[in-house]
Design a protein around this ligand. Structure first.
Ligand code: PLP
Ligand code: COI
Length: 344
């Protein structure tokens, strides 16, 4: 029996994973299996040359008892792009969706109940299996969907966390693989994130070329909230700012929040953000599927001996955005954009 309230962002085994292999360009039908081990040739290009990519998406148990999967097709399309980026055989969007739906159906008992704060997370993984030692892309691959019930990504949840600017380790090169969800980006970031954790911080990555601009915050996009005053604005307004960079993952959460922010009358801007601009922001956060929105209490820039403070509690704008998104995901408000697939 799982204690849903005790779940963290770690792997809990469920009954089934779903698998489908591609051989000579032909995909097999996805199937569910209780065996969590995938046999892989020791010479597979995925193991040697990092030819693999993955995804992350969630199913929510709604207030009405219905199950909702959030923007699954967007994850399918992004995995397609990641695969193309590494010259892998992409998983067709329909096959991706079919596999996730099968993984949900076969593990429905692992969907956390409404209001536990936990969700069923799916980790689709694509790995090149062609045995070849020569340095080049393999075309055969294995696609797996691993479901696992999860709790909050950050131990503090929506309470806020401190971050530290990093300029000594690059997560991804500016013309590299940062815009795709490939394992190598994460392995490359471990030195920085573990060093930050050891000091009690999350890591804020800067652009690899100049280290002047904010790229990502932990394994999430960055958002800043800035007060704007203009003649045309009768009352105080807010600007939602998020980095434009060739090295960051196009976050589906960020995209959804930008839409919601516009609907709330906010100005939404995607542009390069210098680290010093944190001083002009009233609120700041990391955002992604796993953490939804994780507000930052402060950002320490050790190279310049500056701390940007945002207060110990989440600010009103991020709180409003957080609830607006979660209300859609849990079916508490109308899903005007058709973001959720309701699975009966
Ligand atoms: N940036 C990185 C590096 C990530 O791993 C993720 C997580 O998927 C995100 C951003 C957020 O993307 P999404 O909102 O699609 O989960
Ligand atoms: C997310 O899903 O938001 C992430 O940050 C992905 C990470 C767990 C790899």
């Amino acid at each position: 029996m799982i204690d849903w309230s005790k779940l963290t962002f770690h792997y809990t085994e469920t009954d089934y994973i779903v698998r489908a292999a591609c051989k000579n360009g032909v995909w097999e039908q996805p199937y569910a299996t209780r065996d969590k081990m995938i046999p892989i040739h020791a010479a597979a290009t995925g193991l040697h040359y990092g030819q693999e990519c993955f995804e992350g998406l969630k199913a929510f148990h709604g207030i009405d008892g219905k199950v909702r999967i959030f923007r699954m097709e967007e994850n399918a399309k992004r995995m397609h792009q990641s695969a193309e980026g590494l010259l892998m055989t992409p998983v067709p969007v329909e096959l991706f969706c079919e596999a996730v739906l099968l993984a949900l159906k076969m593990n429905i008992d692992f969907l956390p109940p409404y209001e536990t704060g936990a969700t069923l997370y799916f980790r689709p993984l694509l790995v090149a299996t062609t045995p070849d030692i020569s340095v080049g892309p393999g075309k055969d691959c294995e696609f797996v969907v691993i479901p696992t019930p999860i709790g909050p990504y950050f131990p503090n949840g929506f309470k806020g966390m401190p971050a530290m600017v990093n300029r000594s380790v690059d997560r991804a090169a500016s013309q590299g693989t940062g815009c795709w969800k490939v394992g190598g980006n994460y392995a490359a970031s471990f030195r920085a994130s573990e060093a930050a954790h050891a000091m009690g911080y999350e890591c804020m990555f800067t652009d690899a070329k100049t280290h002047k601009y904010i790229d990502e915050c932990t394994a999430s996009n960055f958002i800043g909230i800035k007060e704007v005053k203009g003649e045309r604005l009768k009352a105080k307004g807010w600007e939602y700012i998020t980095p434009r960079s060739s090295a960051i993952l196009p976050s589906i959460t960020n995209d959804s929040l930008m839409t919601l922010a516009k609907e709330m009358g906010m100005k939404v801007t995607r542009r390069k953000i210098r680290v010093e601009e944190l001083a002009d922001m009233q609120e700041a956060a990391a955002c992604g599927t796993a953490c939804v929105i994780s507000p930052l209490t402060k950002v320490v820039d050790p190279d310049n001996n500056i701390t940007y403070s945002f207060g110990d509690k989440p600010g009103p704008v991020l709180t409003k955005l957080y609830h607006a998104l979660q209300d859609i995901q849990y079916g508490r408000v109308e899903d005007k954009h058709g973001w959720c697939l309701i699975v009966e």
